[in-house]
Design a protein around this ligand. Structure first.
Ligand SMILES: Nc1ncnc2c1ncn2[C@@H]1O[C@H](COP(=O)(O)OP(=O)(O)O)[C@@H](O)[C@H]1O
Ligand SMILES: [Mg+2]
Length: 233
């Protein structure tokens, strides 16, 4: 949740205010979607919600705790246990196989090797990549790499998954597979999703759609906002 959140890049003359007072509530078990033109601040907002970037002004709370009151170690722990990230740049480890990338965080969460492997394979099945489990990222297409990044976030079974344009490089069938995996986690495990997207299909599954424009939320709507103007690009 954010209250009157502000964020700027740069200093002095180069200072550019990117978020200008964002009030956003992310409800449990809900898919929340951020739309808006390129440069409107979607990625910046996701990074702040993901506790990767501290707010400069205003308040950000996560599971009821004001993030300013948390130590670096507590933040690290929340990122590990409660949050899953799907970044636009994927950030796969190039020397690790698909299954190793997918299970990367699981030993830190206390899973044994066997448990991690089972969960990893089950998650790869959800994103349609079991047959590629032992390949390296460079042997995969862009869309397949993106699915590994999604699997790595899902495998942690976090409370909240933050995803920056998660279906941007995927064809329609693959995008459907990902959307179904998200839906299943939301319904069965009560996972919350916050994603940015320009994909109308993914957008149509969101229960909340927030539109960002020049650093402000210009509209926040419930279901049916899938045709929000300005959602292209
Ligand atoms: N690391 C950065 N340093 C300086 N400016 C940045 C940085 N990241 C993003 N910006 C600027 O902040 C604005 C918002 O960017 P971003 O959050 O990536 O928007 P979106 O994801 O909606 O395209 C853009 O004008 C962008 O150029
Ligand atoms: Mg972005």
């Amino acid at each position: 949740m954010t209250e009157d959140l502000h964020f700027a890049y740069g200093e002095g003359a180069a200072r550019a205010e990117v978020l200008k007072g964002i009030d956003l509530r992310v409800e449990a078990g809900v898919m929340t979607c951020l739309v808006g033109p390129s440069g409107s601040g979607k990625t910046t907002l996701l990074n702040i919600l993901g506790l990767l970037e501290p707010p400069q002004k205003g308040r950000v709370s996560f599971v009821g705790r004001d993030v300013r009151n948390l130590t670096e170690r507590e933040l690290e722990d929340l990122r590990l246990r409660e949050l899953g990230f799907v970044f636009q740049a994927f950030f796969l480890l190039p020397t690790l196989t698909v299954i190793e990338n997918t299970t990367y965080f699981l030993p830190s969460l206390g899973l044994s090797r066997g448990e991690a492997r089972d969960r990893g394979m089950e998650t790869l099945a959800r994103v349609g990549l079991v047959d590629h489990a032992h390949k390296l990222p460079r042997e995969l297409s862009g869309g397949q790499r993106q699915r590994v990044a999604i699997a790595r976030a899902l495998a942690k079974r976090p409370k909240v998954i933050l995803a920056d344009e998660p279906t941007a490089n995927l064809d329609r069938d693959t995008s459907d597979t990902i959307v179904s995996a998200f839906q299943e986690l939301r319904e069965k495990d009560g996972v919350s999703f916050v994603f940015s997207t320009h994909d109308h299909h993914l957008l149509s599954y969101a229960q909340r759609v927030h539109m960002l424009h020049q650093g402000r939320l210009v509209s926040s709507e419930g279901r049916g906002a899938a045709r929000a103007p300005g959602a292209e690009d």
